[in-house]
Design a protein around this ligand. Sequence first.
Ligand code: ATP
Ligand code: MN
Length: 478
Amino acid sequence: MGPLQIKDILQTSPENQSVTVKGWVRTKRESKNAIFIALNDGSTIHNIQAVAEPGQFSAELLSTVTTGSCLKITGQLVESQGSGQAVEVKIDDILVYGTADPESFPLQPKKHSLEFLREIAHLRPRTNTFSAILRIRHALAFAVHQYFNDGGFFYLHTPVITASDAEGAGEMFRVTTLNLNKLPRTEEGAINFKEDFFGREANLTVSGQLEGELGAMALSKIYTFGPTFRAENSNTTRHLAEFWMIEPEMAFFELEDNMNLAEDFVKKVITYALIHCKDDLNFLQNRLAEEDKNKPQNERSIPLLEKLSFVVDNPFERLTYTEAIEILLKSKPHKEKKFQYPVGWGIDLSSEHERYLVEKHFKKPVILTNYPKEIKSFYMKLDEDGKTVRAMDVLFPGIGEIIGGSQREEDYDKLLGRVKEVGIDPENLWWYLETRKFGTAPHSGFGLGFERLVLFVTGMSNIRDVIPFPRYPKSAEF
Ligand code: ATP
Ligand code: MN
């Protein structure tokens, strides 16, 4: 797999053997007796220290060894004299692959704000914080595939370009090859999409669910894991215009099975990160503790690893929407009129309500079920009362909704009724409706926003900081 990386070299026992290390300079420090170069190649949060003697290299060469420059160092791996590390490299030779002019290189060894780093997203993976986040993101993605593969699920690739709006979930990005300066018109003067690439209106997908259901009705258990696009103008810390969604869809699963799967799945992937990302999580935990120092005692968060272990070790609280409304109606903030939005049966819970339930009342993740049908999507299975549907939302502390799912309506007539009720033309969904005509079966599924999971696991507070190149209103740089 190529040359040894810094991660591997740091684990090697030092026997004065010769080694080659390649990476980017984090810091250079010169003392009377030695020159210390901290090198990082992104394979680990830890730098390797390389040491040269004063006078060993020309001042000219050393002046090009600055923060951000890229080096190949050859030398001997020796036991470190210093306390910070077990091994270090006694330098024989330095090759500068690429310099980084200190006058213009924006990542100097000092604290940069996350807002500033967003403006230099092409370089921010070179920081400790972002490299840690990206490694954890990778580990979680890997754990997702492993979890489903082990569980007998098939990875189904649902289309990115679609002609259906699955949810009415949000504003969609249009896909077209029409000349916007010379749009073809129908006789009535409307845009003639018959002349467009697909011969009809097309969009980027807002969810792979409907196609996922088609897969489940043949392969029994499938999941999707792909990019999802929503043009909602939501300038929040929880929404991106382009995010990655994981959507398992299972034949023969009822709501209860769906909840069990969601809870087990989230716990297992977090456990994977706890086992495989210890150093990075520790780094992020310390970073958060550092930030918290400036806050009053009661606003400080519990340590990151403790928070993650707590979620893994404790059952999620499960209750119905109706029960949740009762709790909210009896709550102190409601009685003292502290909630911004009114509480009552039928409301779409706002984030302040969800956070009260999760953070104040239960103090743990919560699964809410059986929401009023009016505030949920048309494809959710109607309950016997005719008023609520078999929906489930998983709510997490600090995040709010992390998963949205449901048992799907498998009855053709009921589904058709709901399609019409919400104003969708059944013609557009003929293929979806047909699954209920030909061998229908009870089935369920859910969607997890991958970035919300990464947000939770890394303890970061803005979703724009857990995806390499975030897309949000007025921002598609990089
Ligand atoms: P919210 O109410 O937070 O906008 P939603 O009800 O629109 O979420 P769903 O349509 O159920 O969400 O999508 C499933 C999951 O996808 C959500 O639980 C969430 O984790 C994630 N998600 C939804 N919209 C976004 C977005 N704009 N950016 C990132 N993740 C999102
Ligand atoms: Mn939304």
